[in-house]
Design a protein around this ligand. Structure first.
Ligand code: ADP
Length: 265
């Protein structure tokens, strides 16, 4: 039940009469609107830390000039805000790079098992900081697919970091690799990677929207945890580029499972 927008053009015909052409421009309108929304969102996201930075610089030049304790505290906040802007710009760049290459099939032969294990090893210290553990579940045999290793690594980082951010504090996060002889929607052999947390779970009404840019269930929590709101949008585009499938399942009070399936050939 969506509305249709028409562009109407009328031109006089030689023998009298008028030719009226209705052109359905609904998609163009939607694309234009989405671009405008995106630019407005990005501007807002960048302006928030910038406003804070400008405010603190003013204070440091004025009232707090001779207050060493306040200076140290303000510099900490300024560092955090600058780092937030840095992450946002990095995520925006990733997103635009992934989108630009979305039609170019990855060509590198990659061992998914090794890649996933490397991602887990890289994130163990962050998990340990929060008292959480990362558990690998799967066989130790190599599984080769055609992929862009940096992008699949980024997918793993985004999903595991989310599981740590939104999962129950101090809990276990499981990363499982399963080979599927035939994935129904990919119509062939596939490798599935699940990232499973034991957090609060996600209300079903949010699930379809989680991969939208800047969509957050709890704005405050995401920002507090240093989120940019772009992580799952990036995941979705990378999985699309690999002709894969991305699924989110969740149960309130039990936890969530973020799965990607990638074609093996
Ligand atoms: P963010 O930077 O806010 O984490 P993402 O695109 O990675 O952005 O995720 C979007 C939103 O999806 C998050 O703000 C959070 O509300 C929700 N979300 C993501 N992963 C999980 C998870 N494992 N459990 C519960 N909610 C999650």
């Amino acid at each position: 039940s969506r509305e249709t927008t028409y562009r109407v053009q009328a031109s006089p015909l030689e023998g009298g009469g008028v030719l009226v052409v209705f052109e359905d421009i609904t998609d163009m309108e939607t694309a234009g609107q989405m671009r405008r929304d995106f630019v407005a969102n990005v501007s807002h996201e960048l302006r928030t830390p910038l406003t804070a930075l400008i405010g603190f610089i003013e204070t440091l030049k004025g009232a707090a000039r001779d207050d060493a304790a306040a200076r140290a505290r303000f510099l900490d906040i300024m560092e955090r805000e600058a780092m937030r802007m840095n992450r946002l710009v990095a995520d925006l760049l990733s997103l635009s790079r992934v989108e630009a290459a979305e039609r170019v099939r990855p060509t590198e032969t990659v061992d998914v098992t090794a890649l996933v294990k490397a991602a887990i090893a890289a994130l163990r210290p962050i998990a340990a900081d929060q008292g959480a553990t990362l558990e690998f579940r799967g066989e130790d045999t190599p599984i080769e697919i055609l992929a862009d290793p940096d992008q699949i690594t980024q997918v793993m980082h985004n999903l595991i970091e989310n599981a740590l951010k939104y999962g129950a504090p101090g809990e276990k996060v499981t990363i499982a690799i399963t080979r599927e002889a035939r994935d129904v929607s990919l119509r062939g052999p596939a490798v599935r990677i699940d990232v499973i947390d034991r957090g609060d779970g996600i209300d079903p009404i949010h699930i379809p929207r989680l991969t939208e840019r800047f969509y957050r269930i709890d704005d405050h929590r995401s920002r507090e945890k240093g989120g940019t709101g772009l992580g799952l949008a990036i995941v979705k585009h990378i999985v699309n580029r690999h002709r894969g499938r991305f699924r989110i399942e969740s149960e309130r009070g039990v936890g969530s499972r973020f799965s990607i399936s990638l074609p093996e050939r």
